[in-house]
Write a protein that binds this ligand. Sequence first.
Ligand SMILES: [Mn+2]
Length: 323
Amino acid sequence: MSEYIKELNAVALALEQAKNVVTVSHRRPDGDTIGSALAFSAALEAAGKNVRCFCVDQAPAVFAPFIGSRRFTSDPSVLAAADVVIVFDSGDLRFVGVDGVFCRMARRPTVINIDHHAVNERFGDINLIMTDAASTTEVVFAVLKTLKWPVTPAMATAILMGIVTDTMMFFNPATTASSLQVAAELERLGGDIKKVSQLVSKNRNIESLVLWGKALERLKWDKARSRVSTAIMADELACMAPGDDAVDGLSNFLNNNLSARTIMVLRELGGGMVKGSLRTASDEIDVCEEAVKFGGGGHRKAAGFAVRGRIVEKDNEWTVEKE
Ligand SMILES: [Mn+2]
């Protein structure tokens, strides 16, 4: 953590002077970006700041027990009233849905970028990006410790939510000694890991399993490359609720249950766009490199992209033909 001391001090200084703070969660919010916003907002309020939470998309219902009465707004005008805007868990401002908003402001707030993604555009005035952290909430915990701000049981639960989501309950390769240690510390602080574990278990609906069934039937296995791929077509997604993470869920499921070197799940987004979700369980492979070639990004072991093109079926793989 000492290597980030300059950034941690800069964050502390900016927050000490701020009155109005907006926390920002990314599009299609997950447990990490929501957990970061919840924990940090509670900490800021306890420190006497006015806080608003911003997210372009509504959080899935599964997060309701954690969010409680807190409100997330999708109105970007709240950003103009802020002294400090903190963006959580996003490699760029497009994924947050506010790119361009800051350019139009007469007085730009101080933007703090808190993240753990290897690919990050460093769009903030202060960029605290700990690529060795399993989750952004782990970074949030480091900031709270630096500030010596107390961590309540609800905040500890929110921080656990990010760790449990991003490590899939300490199961996927993002899991580190540090994430396990931090989780133990949070449990001791009153965090409720049992409540959080429900986010990663018993959380599928019938529609998404039917969709998985179709995708599993057309799995392709390229033996030479040890690549498993499949595709989901736009008409098959029509029955899914917006924001459903069935596709990322499927690539995680395949990655957890097969020993292929790489997994790719493609999905037609409509409007000529294709979304790709890449996974590997291997330490030697960097799927982010492949995602970057398609204009995307992410982590070494989990990455994604959205590209203009079409899904094509070859003998032993599903792939994208870029336009
Ligand atoms: Mn994350």
